[in-house]
Ligand binder design. Structure first.
Ligand SMILES: Nc1ncnc2c1ncn2[C@@H]1O[C@H](COP(=O)(O)OP(=O)(O)O)[C@@H](O)[C@H]1O
Ligand SMILES: [Mg+2]
Ligand SMILES: [Zn+2]
Ligand SMILES: [Zn+2]
Length: 314
């Protein structure tokens, strides 16, 4: 944490040295004005580091100084990585701190995402997560908070894609003579990928093949993938109902759910679904979880002074 000479923490970045703000459609990270000129290296970008090594047993250990990139360079790189994530601008404010669970399942979703982010193993395998639930329940918010932490605090490279935008981009690419693989390639290789709105789309053969290829490539390479979906998980996978005995939901219920086309398994197919089961832990938010967007609109429409509701935590 950076404090000013006065000892006060910067009011703009809270001592983080960077600020995330909306720039056009995307969330953008920049160095905070308090840290534009690095005090550690005086803006040179490099600093001396003292090392000790024994080159010859006769002479014994020797101390020497080397020039190494300063932490500010490291920061700049992480911010450049953040600006490649493609996180929607509306998620610029999203953090774990300003996510408020309204129902217990949201508390579970928050814990799952936060634990994942804070215990991320940079060199080993990491099991991802799938958040399933109705619109406006903060699924994209938690994906955003997770990617932010992984890129800016852990130092990973990550990408965010909304599935129907991805299909559209590939289709447009075809018209420009690009192959689907050119677009899928970087997404299958990035260290962490978040796929939002899984199951959305027309379910065409093109879409299914694209998704299948992307997930298969990431699965085979053991890479971490996170998902959010409006579709329901299988009854036995529902974290929030895990305590209920299996078979608690009658086959009639399952049939109804399937008929309404609301099961993720039906949307993505058996092959992809079974891979997801291996790659991720599941959290499902129940139907009655309140829609934050609608709640906010209702608050906005109320006469009187604007509510002090949501903090914009950076
Ligand atoms: N539990 C929550 N606490 C704080 N903000 C929330 C919460 N749930 C949703 N929001 C906010 O409401 C808006 C809609 O949430 P979003 O993550 O887009 O929902 P979803 O992806 O589930 O449809 C966003 O601005 C998000 O930051
Ligand atoms: Mg969303
Ligand atoms: Zn600052
Ligand atoms: Zn520096």
């Amino acid at each position: 944490m950076v404090t000013k000479a006065s000892g006060a923490v910067c009011g703009e970045c809270g001592g983080r040295t960077y600020v995330i703000e909306r720039r056009g459609d995307l969330a953008h990270a920049r160095v905070c004005t308090c840290s534009v000129r690095c005090e550690l290296c005086d803006g040179r970008g490099y600093a001396y580091e003292t090392r000790e090594e024994t080159f010859s047993a006769k002479v014994g250990p020797k101390r020497y100084e080397v020039l190494v990139p300063c932490v500010c360079q490291h920061r700049a790189k992480q911010m450049a990585h953040f600006n490649e994530v493609g996180l929607p601008g509306v998620m610029a404010h999203a953090s774990f701190e300003n996510y408020q669970p309204a129902v217990p399942a949201q508390g579970m979703a928050l814990n799952t995402a936060r634990n994942f982010a804070y215990t991320f193993n940079k060199t080993g395998a990491n099991k991802g997560f799938i958040l399933s639930g109705p619109v406006g329940t903060g699924k994209t918010h938690l994906l955003g908070a997770t990617l932010k932490h992984l890129v800016l605090e852990v130092g990973m490279q990550a990408r965010y894609v909304e599935i129907s935008l991805l299909y559209a981009t590939i289709r447009r690419g075809f018209q420009e003579g690009k192959s689907g693989g050119e677009i899928i390639g970087p997404l299958s290789e990035v260290e962490v990928l978040a796929i939002d709105e899984l199951g959305k789309g027309r379910g065409s053969q093109f879409e299914m093949e694209t998704l299948d290829e992307l997930i298969a490539r990431r699965y085979n390479a053991g890479r971490t993938t996170l998902f959010a979906t409006n579709y329901s998980l299988e009854p036995e996978r529902r974290g929030t109902r895990a305590a209920a005995p299996s078979g608690y939901r009658t086959t009639e219920d399952s049939k109804t759910a399937a008929r309404e086309g609301e099961l993720l398994r039906e949307r993505v197919g058996e092959r992809i679904y079974s891979r997801l089961c291996e790659m991720c832990s599941f959290v499902e938010l129940p139907k009655e979880t309140p829609d934050q967007r609608r709640m906010r609109q209702e608050l906005d429409m109320r006469p009187g002074p604007p509510p002090g509701g949501m903090r914009s935590g950076r």
